[in-house]
Write a protein that binds this ligand. Structure first.
Ligand code: IVH
Length: 668
């Protein structure tokens, strides 16, 4: 087999394995074997650039950056469904259908109402051409780059009876397991939590970084096929066909013939929906025959041939014991309602977050109030209201604390921000111990043996107040601590020793710089290359780092001028931590554009021209003013002048677009 044929065969094979794994949940080969095939394809594609295909399985990783999505008008508007909240209302709809069809026999399909974010995919000749969000129903955002990273969405269809051109609509979902993991990580990083998988899915889909989208492991289920040439006369058969072509289609879809069937379907799923791996907020009933759908038609807002039945979110009413205020590592103070325990969706709820001062004020909670707690699509129970009829007269309103509950320092509030912050960074216990614990955690310096409790103990015994103090600890000091023996002391010292090898990007992450999480730390490390250089950089220079916006840049700049932080860093340098990029990485980072003369022209969306100048220089290139024979390429944004364009053509100078340029830096 020649290499070109091998490429085609590998693509087909990898598509099939993707489908087996992500749609059918039954892989035939191991992950390792899959990776080997993928590597082989990547190598062959690199050797054969003429065979490039944006829909190749190698293109799922989300390589290109895009800022702002293009608006696209839907060929057929994306309508919503009429909602019902009781079996009686569904029965009324059933009767209206019966009447509308003049007594003709009809079938209904029952399916889940998936609680994600809706998406419309267009396929031409069996290939995905566009993915658009619902938007306002008439116009949506073109999110194709992100959707391509969702492994259960086929980029190229299995051979079959698909129309040459069709649209398929469905829901992008974040499975519960992924959602819970993501929130755990965000909680750790003190980033705002996603309230439910729906928000997480839509937030992810709108992310400007397709690589991040690829990491979030979204899923998608499809429920509506549209085309001028649908292969079958019923919704059910068309969806079954879509399943054969490679789409994930609701496995819970059933044909229901009578009102009783519909009611039983509701009864069953009202209980069993909790067993599904993804969030649902109801059921959808549709008239099965497409001819009958056509006869029934649409109202201005929704089809008459379909209806949604919404599940009741589970809620309970319980009494407030007290509101506690908790200060986190970065100083944010969160109000928490501590409740009389109550059973909700199978778990006992004792605490519910009140989020922030604004939300708390809006709820107008008084001491000993009876509160409604709800657990709908959300995993974290939320307080939705107060039963004021049960309020004891005279009980005072619960006010947000004005001082930090831990250290008594007056809280501050940034303009327009709901968050209240304790500014006593270096005197407030949970902030100090939180930073020590964070510094030692597995993904940062990975110092085995120092978790929350030990961090608190070390602080309370006045041994450690900043991470640098850790490196002065002696075996004697450690073995004298409660519950500590020689073994645990040695383990910590060993962990500290090994942490001296932890790479620079993780040292940055370990420092608890505001808004600098794992991904940003990597970007920053790669761009600044050393702590010394990072300490010299201006806000503008920091902002030129890919994905570092003005807030993050300002945060880094201020952090590096805070005397306590600076002293800590200097002592960490002296302790022998990695304060510069690994040499291999440094060479790569600095030399991507080595020896290149680059002209910048036009207007850009990711960075300013000045920032691009910085980026070019940071990567070893030279920014020059005018195009000549010596120019390596022109970095061109929008509206590049016609004279420059002509000159490039005349001299044969390549023109590199903004996204392509950023990709060049990313890949190295
Ligand atoms: S059918 C013309 N089926 O619910 C009607 N929609 O309120 C096309 N949804 O925007 C929609 N599961 O995002 C349909 N099985 C299902 C669904 C479903 C979830 C969402 C969809 C739609 C909204 C309507």
């Amino acid at each position: 087999m020649n290499e070109v044929d091998r490429i085609l065969a590998l693509r087909e094979e990898l598509n099939r394995h993707n489908h087996n794994y992500y749609v059918l949940n039954s892989p035939e080969i191991s992950d390792k074997e899959f990776d080997l095939l993928m590597k082989e394809l990547e190598a062959l594609e690199q050797a054969h650039p003429e065979m490039a295909d944006p829909l190749s399985p190698t293109q799922r990783v989300g390589s290109d950056l895009s800022k702002g999505f293009a608006h696209v008008t839907h060929e057929r508007p994306m309508l919503s469904l009429a909602n019902t909240y009781s079996i009686e209302e569904v029965d009324e709809w059933f009767d209206r259908v019966k009447k509308g069809l003049g007594g003709e026999d009809f079938e209904i399909t029952g399916e889940m109402k998936y609680d994600g974010t809706s998406i419309s995919l267009t396929y031409e000749n069996g290939r995905l051409v566009r993915a658009v969000t619902r938007g306002d129903g008439t116009q949506g955002d073109d999110v194709t780059v992100n959707v391509k990273t969702i492994r259960s969405i086929p980029l190229v269809l299995h051979p079959g009876d698909w129309p040459e051109r069709f649209e398929i609509r469905g829901e992008i979902l974040m499975p519960w397991t992924v959602f819970n993991e993501l929130n755990k990580e965000r909680e750790y990083n003190e980033e705002p939590l996603f309230a439910n998988p729906r928000n997480a899915a839509s937030g992810t889909l709108k992310t400007q970084d397709p690589k991040e989208v690829a990491k979030r492991r979204l899923d998608a289920v499809f429920y509506y096929l549209l085309s001028d040439e649908l292969p079958y006369g019923s919704h059910y058969e068309n969806m079954e066909a879509a399943r054969r072509w490679g789409f994930k289609v609701s496995g819970e879809m059933r044909i229901l013939k009578t009102e009783e069937d519909v009611n039983n379907y509701i009864g069953h799923w009202d209980i069993h929906r909790k067993e599904l791996p993804v969030a649902t907020d109801g059921l959808v009933f549709k008239v099965n025959s497409l001819r009958q759908q056509l006869n029934l038609g649409f109202t201005a807002k929704s089809p008459r041939w379909a209806v949604a039945f919404k599940f009741n979110p589970e809620n309970a009413c319980t009494q407030l014991k007290y509101v506690s205020f908790e200060t986190g590592r970065m100083g944010f103070v969160t109000p928490v309602a501590n409740l009389e325990p109550v059973l909700l969706s199978g778990t006992i709820v004792k605490r519910a977050s009140l989020h922030n001062a604004d939300i708390m004020a809006e709820l107008d909670i008084h001491e000993k109030d009876w509160l409604y707690v709800e657990k709908g699509g959300e995993i974290i129970p939320k307080i939705t209201g107060v039963d004021t009829s049960r309020r004891t007269p005279g009980e005072p309103k619960v006010e947000f604390v004005v001082c930090c509950p831990e250290c008594g320092t007056p809280l501050v509030r940034n303009d327009g921000d709901a968050a209240r912050i304790c500014p006593n960074k270096y005197g407030c216990r949970p902030q100090i111990t939180g930073r020590i614990e964070h510094f030692c955690a597995r993904r940062m310096m990975n110092i085995d043996g120092i978790g929350e409790e030990t961090a608190e103990l070390l602080f309370d015994r006045e041994l450690v107040t900043t991470p640098a103090d850790l490196y002065d600890l002696t075996k004697e000091q450690l073995s004298l601590l409660e519950r500590f023996g020689d073994r645990s002391a040695e383990r910590i010292l060993q962990g500290l020793e090994e942490s001296r090898k932890v790479p620079f990007e993780r040292v940055i992450y370990a420092l608890s710089i505001p808004n600098v999480g794992e991904t940003t730390s990597k970007r920053v490390a790669k761009a600044v290359k050393s702590m010394d250089r990072m300490q010299e950089m201006s806000v503008e220079q920091l902002q030129a780092i890919p994905d570092v916006g003005p807030t993050i840049a300002q945060g880094i700049f201020e952090y590096l001028r805070d005397p306590v932080a600076v002293e800590n860093i200097e002592r960490l340098k002296a302790a022998g931590l990695q304060m510069q990029l690994d040499e291999d990485k440094m060479q790569q980072a600095g030399t991507v554009l080595e020896g290149k003369s680059i002209v910048i022209s036009g207007t850009f969306s990711h960075h300013s021209r000045d920032e691009y100048k910085e980026i070019i220089e940071a990567n070893g290139g030279k920014n020059v003013g005018s195009i000549s024979k010596k120019t390596s390429f022109v970095l061109a944004g929008d509206n590049m002048g016609p004279a420059k364009l002509e000159k490039c053509q005349k001299l044969g100078i390549p023109i590199v677009g903004e996204d392509e340029f950023l990709n060049m830096l990313e890949q190295k």
